[in-house]
Design a binder for this molecule. Sequence first.
Ligand code: UN1
Length: 497
Amino acid sequence: MSEEWSNLIGGKWTGAEAGKTLNSLNPADPGEVVGVVPASGKVDVDKAVRAARDAYEGWRLTPAPKRGEVLFRAAELIKENKEKLGRLVTREMGKVLAEGLGDVQEAIDMAYYMAGEGRRLSGETVPSELPFKDCKSVRVSIGVFALITPWNFPTAIPAWKIFPALISGNTVVFKPSRFTPVAATRLVELIAEAGVPPGVLNLVNGTGDEIGEYLATHPGVDGVSFTGSTAVGEKLARICSGLDKEISCEMGGKNPIIVMDDARMELAVEGALWGGFGTTGQRCTAASRVIVHEKVYDRFLEMFTNAAKKLRLGNGLSRTTDVGPLINDSQLKKVLNYIEIGKNEGARLVTGGRSCTDGDLEKGYFIEPTVFSEVSPSMRIAREEIFGPVVSVIRARDLKDAIGIANGVEYGLSTSIYTSDVNNSAVAERDLDAGIVYINAPTIGAEIQLPFGGTKKSGLGRKEAGGRGGALDMFTKWKVVYRDFSNRLQKAQIDKD
Ligand code: UN1
């Protein structure tokens, strides 16, 4: 018997009104049902939105430091449960255990960070041009938020959205991916246990097709925060902006690592391996392009290929595994299709390229770490997001050429350069058109205390996570307050003394 999980609506754990369910499967062995969750329909969404609306006034008026105390307790509870939750992430999503634990750690970091924001949430006070008058700007909550998250970070990405939404005084209807609902539900259980009042955080499990757009466009929803594919994000943004809803989307990437001729080669290889094949390439920040200076191209390619061949595929729970499975059959097919596209476009397949059929791997959605060389920037495998363990190695003449290639795609999330020359690093930092630039580190591994998000088709609207320009801007709006205590009518711009 696999475990049954529920939705959370108005503080009550409940199934879908229609009684339908979805199975969540282990991608390393899809015969294993990780858990069964409600397959919610529109009525469940209606109820969750109503509950969030009803709870809004009380939560908005709860002092932010008090909201922060709840978040702090949530951080402590998630921390106490880190090991178990991390294993659950690995079983349900497939990433190796160290990464499953890292996923949960990112959620913990975000909870502590946003708990602290409860005592900041600061605005500005500035002098008035008139006597006996003061002026300030304050952050205010927006209302009911729909949070829609993907499967690749089953706890971290929900935490990126839930905690800043709550600390800002909004209430939430959260719809996690239908492929990782159990880890998300467990996360919500822990947050609820921390003392979030009924209706403030609601969870509806279900498929995007059935309830995703319905939730985002619901008249009772004031704002939407979405992470997922560019196609879905752009569609939601178009519809929601027509409905006057706040919307922010984190979407795809085609993230490059530039390797200069003065790079420390072992370090660059190690970085490209982690950036390209970590999380089986299923990060929006994954390094799917390595752009190498022509002087070191052959050497890099040989070292990188040899290292990629040594990576061990397997179940993420096994200690010997370096690379886990893809999330599901349709991702497996998509990645294999891109490998065919690459071959047909004339790129050279240097290693990998096949799904795995040896022993236990046959059961899961495994594809060998794949490297293409002789990739030209115009090929589809160099421009389109694959979201799998496929890295294109591209030749560049010099730094300018490399930056041109790096910027020459529709995406701009994360970028990286390996170089020992401080001037090269400064030029890359200045000229790479992306939300994130790494120097001598791969494209993955953003920390939560700075904004996260990209340019061009990688992001729409506000950014995620912390720091100036981060998620508080997504989940609050500015209000300006002028207070006149002169007891007479004063006219700005007109009164002379
Ligand atoms: C994502 O892939 O959608 O920077 C998020 C990183 C992680 C977050 C990735 N901290 O790779």
